[in-house]
Design a protein around this ligand. Sequence first.
Ligand code: NAD
Ligand code: GLY
Length: 371
Amino acid sequence: MLKVELKKTIDESYPIEIGSQILGKAKKYIQKATKAKKLLIVTNETVYKLYYAKLVASLDGFEIEKVLLKDGEKYKNISSLQKIWDKALKFKLERKDAIIALGGGVVGDITGFAASTYLRGIDFIQIPTTLLAQVDSSVGGKVAINHPLGKNMLGAFYQPKLVLIDTFTLKSLPLKELKTGLGEVLKYAFIEKSCNCNEGFELCEFLKNNKNSIYNFESIVTENLVTYCCKLKAAVVSQDEKESGLRAILNLGHTIGHAIEKTTDYKKFTHGEAVVLGMLGAFQIAFDKEFIDETYLKEATDLIKQYEIIPKSNLDSKKIAKATIYDKKVVDSKVRFILPVSPYEVDICDTVTQDEIVKAINKIKKIPYSK
Ligand code: NAD
Ligand code: GLY
C-alpha cells in the first residue's frame, strides 16, 4: 500500500476587521490580506446602489470589475455561479487576484463557492452587509449554492483571506433583516459556554440590557455585539473547521427551523424566525427530557420574547417532525439535535423521538407571538 501523506502546508488564519465606517478604508486591509492587482466585486442590485461606489472609491490602484446578481435566495443558484465564472474568465483574473463578496449571506455564499472553484481556488474577501452575514455567514468558510432538491446542497469549506465588517452598513437594513440576524445572535447567547471562547462576556446579560441600543444600531453597542459573536464563531471554527464535532453546536434551533422553512416552502418565515421557533422547540424538548430546569427555560423564552421576534406561526407539528428526518446532520438515520443542557451550554443528542418533537412544537404554539 502507498500512502499519500497530507499535512497543511499553509496557514489559513485570516483577520476579521470590525468597525464603523471602515468600508472607505478597504484598500489598506485588502493590501495587507492579498497580493491581488485585479479585484472582481460580486454584489446584488440592492447593495450595489447602497455601498458599491463607497467601496470602489477607496480602491484606487486596483483594476476592478463587477458582477451584479439579482437580489434574493432564489438566485443562489448555478446561473449566478456561472455569471461569476464567466466574468472572472473574461476579466482574466489570475490566481494571485481576488474576488470580493459585498452583500448579505446569499452573495457571500455564492461568491465564496465561485472563488473556491475558479482556477481551483482564488483569494476571496468577505464584506458582509447584513447582521446575519456579519455575525455568522461571512466567518468560517462554508460556501454554497442551492439545488432545487435542497438548500446549500452544493458547496465547499473555503476560508476567506479577510472579513471586513463595516457595522455602519447595518443602518440601512430593513427591520425584517435585522430580526433575522438577531435570531442567530440569540443562538450565540445560548451556546456561549460550549464555544470555549473564555472571554468572560455574558451575551445573555448584554442582550437583556441593550435591546433598544441594538434596535437603534447604536455604534459602540453594535460593534461590541458583532465583535463578540464573531469571536464565538471564530473560536468554534478554529476548534472544528469541517464540522466533525463541535461546529454542529452552531445549529441550535436549526433542525426544527429548517424543517419549518421546508414545510412552508421557504415562503412564510425568514430564516431567523424559523431558527427562533426551532430554538424554542429545542428548549422545550430539553426541558421535557429534564436536561434543563424551568428557571433556564423561562430565562431563554423571556429573552426571545423581549426581542419581539416570535412570528405568528400556526405550525403543523406532525409535518415538521417528519421533515426533521431530512436534516443534513442525520447520521445512521438518526436526527442529531443540538439541545441546551445547562445555562449557555448545549450538547448533541440523537435520541429525540418524533413524539417528543410533536409535543414540543404543540407547546411552543401556545407562546404568544410578537406583534
Ligand atoms: P440576504 O443575503 O438575502 O440579504 C437579505 C436582504 O438584505 C437582501 O434583500 C439584501 O439585498 C439586503 N441587504 C443586504 N445588505 C443590506 C444593507 N446593508 N442594507 C439594506 N439591505 C441590505 O440574506 P442574509 O440573511 O444576509 O443571508 C442568508 C443566507 O446566508 C442564506 O442563503 C443562508 O443559507 C446563508 N447562511 C450561510 C451561513 C454560512 O455559514 N455560510 C450561515 C448562515 C446563513
Ligand atoms: N452557520 C453554521 C456554520 O457556520 O457552521
